[in-house]
Design a protein around this ligand. Structure first.
Ligand code: WT7
Length: 663
């Protein structure tokens, strides 16, 4: 009877709400890739040689003789004299093992009738053809190829084609603006761009080439652009420019081509990924061929429990590191089936993800807390319409997940059968750093878990001393790991300044990496990540620098000064709050507000769009003239204000508060 079910539900919810730790089921543990708790000790005892196991997941053209070279720390080298090719490892070797007819990529388009499936054999053909075409264009080993593409198969194909010929890629998230594209191409001296005519978003066709062209206008050096025709008949009828080629035409000349994978040194760059930092200039994070690939393969195996016969799905965008590591490189290195979805979770209906899980018998789902909060809000009726029993493991990444959302995910998506891994890591880390191992660890909702085997993470105070259990402090990592960034592109000084300056002691050669996150640790060594402690926001799991947004706002006519902070947001986690002083003769009116929103979208992209723009005559500043961001955050969150006694202009605070409330 319905009434009984409801009672049961209520009881269940009450039990779940109280429960603060969960164990993986016996059934899961029995089949898990990693289930021996001894792994932590084993890695400690054998560090750094413990990472040989990760390297063993790959095929090497030339075996390395040294696991870690720390001679020139913090410019560490991993598997330094080894040689390999990433595309060979992600494709060819699986075919050589007789698995060529198994599916590598299951692509699901936004239009519900559009899907494409690539077996490893087919992926091999496409990647080789594209690699040959890129060579014809003049792409040489070590040339950086920029990709400004949405979630279409040509993106991973182009990435792997580059990896095959030893050309690092730099993927720019398609939702980023023309300006963001131009900055990244200039910073990387990238002469090649792969983009497309447009793509679908909730049923509408978006013009992407227009944005790409606008970006290219700002790039002074010569460039060659390849344009994928995604929209066909529904396209915008762009004429291609002089230095622009149609992708289909280009590759048509290379059908059946075979390109020998270029042997790369383990330390050769596999790709660049730009990410936001404290200053306005994005950071070009450099990842390498050997250490990165070994680390992503190992974490995909150990944390996501991926096996070749799985149908694994990470719903991130390949334009972010999560997609690089856990849609493309990790899963394909292990020879599994990786699902790739072009659209959004709510189109055409709010059950789209669950429909895909059911249709494809997805075994692992890896998504973000911001998405889980949306699913919760939409209600359990959407997942309940579908058979989700193929799922074996769930994962989250990108921002802290609150226990309520964790439990909802565990119950309504995982049916209390699937372990949930809450994975803490960053663009710079290459792969997971802090999380439970699903076949071993007790899960505690809200806490990511202990550092992975071999990873040494601590929570310390400003002096670098470990804090007591339960106290808030700063997360630090005091040993290198194979997936770490090697430097910031052409900027070794900034690499040291950004990550190593704060807690290292170079005189005694002690190097400590600082991720700029606050954290707590409990008596079992479980780490709860509290969020960024620098001027970087986390909006829907995406990293945005307040400086970048401020400089975009100050660029708008009529704006004299701006301060951007993060305010709590139910769905996005954090949202952008902008406090703006107008120039004399300009009104803080609706027109200017719209101009500011447009300015931010043009400079960065719609994800950085301010939630609120508050016009004010002054900003709260210390006597030395520093903007008190903490206060502005408190105002945004309508919280009680912190200490205002050091302000030069204490009155301004209540004035701003009033304006926020009146909005
Ligand atoms: C920042 C890194 C790495 C993939 C996506 C984001 C936050 C990430 C978690 C988590 C709490 C998390 C941190 C980190 N973050 N995962 N499981 N729990 N916070 O990559 O853009 O480089 O951002 O995201 O603040 O520093 P990113």
């Amino acid at each position: 009877m319905a009434g009984d079910n409801e009672d049961e539900d209520v009881q269940l919810e009450a039990r779940l709400a109280e429960q603060d730790s969960f164990e993986p089921s016996e059934e899961f543990v029995e089949q898990a890739n990693v289930s021996d708790p001894g792994i932590y000790e084993e890695f400690e005892e054998n560090w750094p040689d413990c990472w040989e196991g990760a390297a063993d997941l790959l095929d090497w053209d030339e075996e390395y003789t040294e696991v870690l070279d720390d001679e020139d720390a913090p410019f560490y080298e991993w598997f330094g004299d080894g040689e390999l090719n990433a595309a060979y490892n992600c494709i060819d070797r699986h075919i050589e093992e007789g698995r060529g007819d198994e599916v590598a990529i299951d692509w699901v388009g936004e239009p519900t009738d559009e899907t494409r499936t690539y077996t490893y054999d087919e992926l091999y053909e496409e990647v080789n053809q594209t690699a040959a075409a890129f060579r014809e264009l003049g792409v040489e080993e070590d040339d950086v190829v920029t990709m400004y593409l949405p979630m279409i198969p040509e993106l991973p194909i182009a990435m792997l084609a580059c990896a095959r010929i030893g050309a690092p890629h730099s993927v720019v998230f398609a939702g980023f603006s023309a300006d963001a594209l131009a900055t990244r191409m200039k910073s990387a001296d990238s002469e090649f761009l792969i983009t497309c005519d447009g793509y679908y978003r909730r049923g509408d066709a978006l013009d992407h080439l227009e944005k790409a062209n606008e970006g290219l206008d700002d790039v002074d050096h010569d460039t060659t652009t390849v344009v994928v025709d995604r929209l066909g008949e529904e396209g915008f009828g762009h004429d291609l420019g002089e230095d622009q080629l149609d992708y289909a035409d280009l590759i048509a000349d290379h059908e059946g081509a075979e390109v020998e994978p270029v042997t790369r040194n383990a330390e050769d760059m596999l790709f660049l990924m730009y990410t936001s930092g404290t200053t306005g200039e994005p950071k070009g994070v450099k990842h390498t061929t050997g250490g990165y690939l070994a680390y992503t393969a190992w974490t995909t195996h150990a944390v996501l429990d991926v096996k070749p016969e799985d149908t694994y799905w990470c719903s991130a965008d390949i334009g972010w590191i999560t997609g690089h590591s856990y849609i493309v490189y990790g899963p394909l290195a292990l020879g599994t089936t990786s699902v790739m979805y072009e659209g959004t979770p709510d189109y055409p209906e709010k059950d789209r993800l669950w429909e895909i899980v059911e249709d494809y018998d997805v075994t692992q789902l890896y998504t973000a807390p911001t998405a889980i909060r949306a699913f919760m809000k939409w209600g359990e009726e959407y997942p309940n319409e579908h058979d989700l029993s193929s799922l074996r493991l769930l994962g989250t990444v990108g921002e802290p997940i609150n226990p309520r959302a964790w439990k909802w995910y565990y119950k309504h998506i995982g049916d209390e059968e699937c372990p949930v891994v809450d994975t803490w890591w960053q663009t710079e880390n290459g792969g997971h750093m802090v999380t439970t191992l699903p076949g071993i660890g007790t899960m505690k909702p809200g806490s990511a878990g202990p550092p992975l085997p071999g990873i040494s993470a601590n929570v310390v105070d400003t002096n670098g001393e470990e804090v007591e259990a339960g106290r808030a402090g700063y997360l630090t990592i005091d040993r290198p790991w194979p997936g770490m960034l090697r430097t910031l592109y052409k900027n070794d000084d900034r690499f040291i300044d950004e990550y190593w300056r704060e807690y290292s002691d170079p005189d005694s050669d002690e190097w400590v990496y600082f991720p700029e996150d606050g954290a707590k640790i409990d008596e079992d060594g479980y780490i709860t990540v509290l969020g960024r402690v620098d001027d970087v926001l986390n909006v829907s799991g995406h990293r945005l620098g307040t400086m970048e947004i401020e400089s975009a706002i100050v660029g708008v006519e009529g704006v004299a000064e701006a301060a951007v902070v993060g305010g709590d947001h139910e769905m996005k986690g954090e949202a952008v709050y902008a406090y703006v002083i107008t120039e004399d003769g300009h009104e803080g009116d609706e027109d200017l507000r719209k101009g500011i929103v447009a300015g931010v979208e043009d400079a960065i992209g719609p994800i950085a769009r301010p939630e609120q723009v508050v016009f004010t005559d002054e900003l709260p500043k210390t006597r030395s003239g520093k903007i008190m961001r903490r206060l502005l955050e408190d105002i945004a969150n309508e919280e009680e204000l912190g200490d205002t006694s050091t302000l030069r202009n204490p009155d301004v605070v209540s004035e701003i508060q009033q304006r926020v409330q009146n909005d």
